[in-house]
Design a protein around this ligand. Structure first.
Ligand SMILES: O=c1ccc(O)c[nH]1
Length: 346
């Protein structure tokens, strides 16, 4: 169901105001072949309306011939910025980059952020962007959860389905995703609403059960049967189950990279306006599935790289897996109980 340009311009202006865009600042809108025309058109209007100096940088696509999915998060690592110093220079010289292309998990993204440039990723379709315009309350909730993670030495996750895994914490920073970029050098993703970190290298031990109804991304599938991951020293050493397990294993084998099986980020969903069931109502290629990543009370873990947090592990494979009905605890204190976020997070 579409939204009007008027609605989307209003949504952009709210996000840009929360991102503290000031008159006279430079905004570069980064676009590619898959950029949604309405998102771009409304971003151009909203930024100019707010008095910014607005550029557009359009880059040809890469990796299309290597990926087995058209999802912009399915094949990571190199981007159209790789080996493109002129484009990187333009983005570094900007106060704010609106990434309508997807730079996530790229070395170039970190290089640009280190110059103080802010980057806001926004590649969900206009109706999802408009439904999940971020708020200060989202920020407060995510920051409170992130602060809890930042103090913890261990995250433990259990579930009735059979998950029981421990993650050692402390080596990597905590990442708050609340949908706007209110500080220099910050990256965020509109829409979102979750806190995440990365376990210490080699510091994940246990079993993760992906139960019926839990979600695989970029497959955008609700599992029809359980998948049991055995996790040893930070890597999924076994993927067992039926057809869903076989399909996941086959997809990951296509990357031919043992780093694909490493535990990537871990955390939980804090967006009350997202729902577990939403993914099933959209065509597979219409979204990248942010409602699935952000719905309140999920335990979101992923497989693949940890360079996003400064780790050394890069791989082009990245699987995001939000689980329902888990109990997440930090140093023995529950923060999510059977899929319900506990209010003590403020
Ligand atoms: O916003 C995102 C999207 C994907 C991901 O793996 C992390 N954060």
């Amino acid at each position: 169901m579409p939204v009007s340009d008027h609605q989307l311009i209003g949504a952009w202006k709210q996000v840009l105001a929360l991102s503290r865009l000031e008159r006279g600042q430079t905004v570069t809108i980064l676009t590619g072949a898959a950029t949604h025309p309405q998102t771009l058109a409304c971003a151009l209007i909203a930024t100019q309306d707010m008095g910014a100096i607005v550029n557009r940088l359009d880059l040809p696509p890469v990796n299309g011939e290597k990926a087995h999915s058209r999802d912009s998060l399915a094949y990571l690592g190199t981007t159209p910025l790789t080996g493109n110093p002129a484009a990187i220079a333009m983005l570094k010289a900007s106060d704010l980059v609106l990434d309508l292309m997807t730079l996530l998990f790229s070395p170039e993204q970190h290089d640009i952020l280190s110059s103080g440039t802010k980057i806001l990723l926004a590649v969900e379709p206009p109706e999802v962007l408009a439904r999940l315009v971020p708020t200060e309350a989202d920020r407060a909730r995510v920051k409170a959860a992130a602060a809890r993670i930042g103090k913890a030495k261990e995250m433990r996750v259990v579930s009735a389905a059979g998950t029981d895994i421990r993650f050692a914490l402390g080596e990597f920073p905590v990442i708050s995703e609340y949908g706007f970029v209110d500080e220099p050098g910050r990256w965020d993703h509109w829409p979102s609403g979750f806190a995440l970190t990365f376990p210490d290298e080699g510091g994940s031990q246990g079993t993760i059960v992906i139960d019926k109804g839990d979600i695989l991304l970029p497959q955008k599938r609700y599992c029809s049967e359980r998948i049991v991951l055995t996790v040893e020293n930070g890597y999924a050493t076994k993927i067992e189950g039926g057809i869903d397990a076989a399909l996941l294993a086959d997809y990951m084998a296509g990357f031919d990279d043992p780093e694909s099986f490493a535990i990537s980020h871990i955390g939980w969903g804090l967006q009350p306006r997202s729902r577990w069931s939403t993914l099933g109502l959209y065509d597979r290629e219409a979204t990248i599935g942010m409602d699935a990543r952000a719905f309140e009370g999920n335990f979101l873990f992923s497989l693949g790289p940890n360079n996003e947090a400064g780790g050394s592990r890069t791989t082009t494979c990245h699987i995001d897996i939000p689980l329902r009905k888990c109990t997440v605890s930090l140093d023995g204190q529950d923060v999510v109980r059977q899929g319900q976020v506990l209010e003590s997070q403020g």
